[in-house]
Design a binder for this molecule. Structure first.
Ligand SMILES: Nc1ncnc2c1ncn2[C@@H]1O[C@H](COP(=O)(O)OP(=O)(O)OP(=O)(O)O)[C@@H](O)[C@H]1O
Ligand SMILES: [Mg+2]
Length: 565
């Protein structure tokens, strides 16, 4: 490759600028007059309720989605980690790495060629060599592969370069892709919910990389710990009186405070507007009354005088009517409020127990767990330790290789899986109703126990009418949660419940989980959620450690977490 065709980072000249950008998706106006500048010094986060347009905004910045109006300017190189990952990526891990560092590889190849030409001493060889060297230096090309390998290692990602991405789990694929991006030395990194698939050490590595990198960062995240550690500027897409997004400085705290103040101002303005509206309304009514009484012929009044007065009164009514119509009242959009249904405690010592369960290659330890009424348990552990496998065992979705799982008859177990997998073509409300119908038909739930979708405050009716494929990732996950809660479970098994959900909903969910009478088992990496549930008993799965998962039998360590209240 000729040195000139290699895309070099623009470094301090790099910039992403959006001016007056607006965008519709389907029938929804998602972005309205967004102005945003991202520089290599930016640590910008985009937040907002699920479905507000955070992913859409990231795609507009990246150039993968064209806005309906407004302008986008890009100077420099960028990489985006999308919220969704396609499962049909034919590449191997090695090919993904080669693609991520294609520019440095090309720069080194060009340098080799230029070096050979220099040795032959052809005309212009000096200049070409100097140019090739400059490109390779600009890309720090010699170090590129090492940077990706370090990131793969630190994120505990697959390092076997012959493995195909399609054969990896979503989490493993995600980590390979993130490592490639972190190692690629781009001017800008655009990351959509990057923490969903990372464990504690992966999160620490990501945080450190984002804080120390020289290029700009734009993250979309619900992860309150990451936002607090990394974000300096926060773009909030939630509704405002003027319909424009708000930009807050001073990090996550600045955003929390600023947002609260903004909301209070809006509510105060609304109160003033309502008072003014009432005054104008009264004034109009009074004028209308005067007009009516003015028309009534008074005894002895002369006809001509009455007519003149009537014209003045009519004008006065019109003036007041216009004033009332011109007086705008912006009603603060009420935030969606999550209503956790009342879940009944179920009598009985142990509702759900697993004794010495393990699955070859997936859950190495033999684990025993007992959940009784109102029991709580948080499962932690590194990626690959078998947390999701344990939940699948408890949910009866997977048979154990050793041990047994017992459920007390009649106990309803609700399971929220790590990733949403609802059929894209079906409408949300339709799926929800079908789910309730099944529960009733199977005798698991009485008709009197069902909860309506609108009651839960997870999806607005507009969204409930959409097909799953038209919902944002968080909205799909809200539907998953709604279906789990509608089954009125006695035991809740939640696998990474905060993934994709908005900050406000995570706060509400955390509070509800603390208070519910149902037994709750939670598997999570969310550092804030772990802090908020630190009084819960914890079971840490260590995983196979250094043992290769294909070698030898599982280690025989026994973890026993018993929580009976
Ligand atoms: N393919 C699509 N077709 C039609 N509408 C879509 C499509 N994808 C998204 N939308 C709609 O556009 C809006 C914004 O979606 P977007 O994915 O940008 O939201 P988000 O803020 O990233 O949400 P989340 O927090 O759930 O990830 C949503 O209301 C969604 O329903
Ligand atoms: Mg999104």
């Amino acid at each position: 490759m000729h040195a000139a065709s290699i895309a070099l980072p623009a470094r301090h000249r790099a910039q992403l600028t959006l001016s007056d950008v607006s965008l519709m998706r389907g029938a929804t106006q998602v972005l309205t007059s967004v102005d945003l500048t991202v520089t290599p010094a930016s640590r910008t986060a985009i937040v907002g309720e699920n479905g507000r347009g955070k992913s859409s905004l990231l795609h507009v910045l990246a150039g993968t989605l064209a806005p309906d109006s407004g302008t986008v300017h890009r100077v420099g190189t960028l990489g985006i980690a999308e919220q969704e990952m396609s499962a049909d990526d034919d590449r191997t891990v090695g090919q993904a790495i080669a693609d991520a560092i294609a520019q440095p590889i090309a720069a080194l190849a060009a340098l080799d060629l230029a070096g050979a030409a220099l040795a032959e001493g052809g005309p212009g060889a000096d200049d070409r060599y100097a140019a090739a060297l400059e490109s390779a230096e600009a890309l720090d090309a010699w170090d590129a592969e090492r940077r990706v390998l370090i990131a793969l290692e630190a994120l505990d990602a697959e390092t076997d370069q012959t493995r195909r991405l399609a054969e990896l789990s979503v989490g493993q694929r995600y980590r390979v892709r993130l490592a490639c991006l972190l190692g690629a030395d781009l001017d800008f990194l655009l990351l959509d919910e990057p923490t969903n698939h990372l464990d504690r050490s992966g999160l620490d590595f990501l945080t450190e990389q984002l804080r120390s990198r020289k290029g700009g960062v734009v993250i979309v995240s619900h992860d309150r710990a990451l936002l607090a550690d990394v974000a300096e500027t926060i773009v909030d897409l939630d509704p405002t009186p003027d319909g424009l997004p708000r930009v807050y400085g001073n990090g996550f705290d600045g955003y929390r405070e600023g947002r609260l103040a903004e909301r209070e101002r809006w509510e105060q303005t609304y109160e003033r507007q309502q008072l003014e509206h009432a005054r104008l309304q009264d004034s109009l009514s009074a004028a209308q009354n005067r007009l009516v009484t003015g028309w009534r012929p008074e005894k002895g009044a002369n006809k001509h005088g009455r007519a003149t007065r009537a014209a003045g009164l009519t004008q006065s009514v019109h003036r007041r009517q216009e004033a009332l119509e011109a007086h705008a009242v912006t009603v603060p959009v009420p935030p969606q409020r999550f209503r956790f249904p009342e879940l009944q405690a179920r009598a009985g010592a142990e509702l759900l127990t697993a004794v010495g369960v393990s699955v070859a290659g997936r859950l190495a330890e033999r684990v025993s767990v007992a959940l009784s009424r109102e029991g709580r348990l948080a499962i932690t552990g590194p990626n690959g330790a078998g947390k999701s496998t344990l939940l699948s065992l408890l949910a009866g979705k997977l048979p154990p290789d050793s041990g047994v799982v017992r459920v007390q008859p009649g106990t309803r177990v609700g399971v929220l899986s790590q990733e949403s997998s609802l059929p894209a073509e079906r409408r949300a409300a339709e799926l929800f109703e079908a789910h309730l119908g099944q529960l009733e038909a199977s005798g698991m739930l009485a008709a009197s126990e069902t909860v309506g979708l609108s009651h839960l405050g997870l999806l607005r009716s507009r969204e409930a009418g959409k097909r799953v494929g038209e919902l944002s990732m968080g909205q799909q996950r809200r539907l998953d949660l709604a279906m789990v809660l509608a089954s009125r479970p006695h035991v809740l098994l939640l696998d990474e419940p905060t993934n994709h959900l908005s900050i406000a909903l995570v706060d509400e969910l955390t509070e509800a989980l603390g208070a519910t009478q149902a037994a709750v088992l939670l598997s999570t990496h969310d550092r804030q959620l772990l802090r908020d549930t630190e009084q819960w008993p914890q079971l840490r799965l260590e995983g196979p450690g250094d043992l290769d998962r294909d070698l030898g039998p599982a280690p025989m360590s026994v973890a026993d977490a018993r929580m009976i209240r």
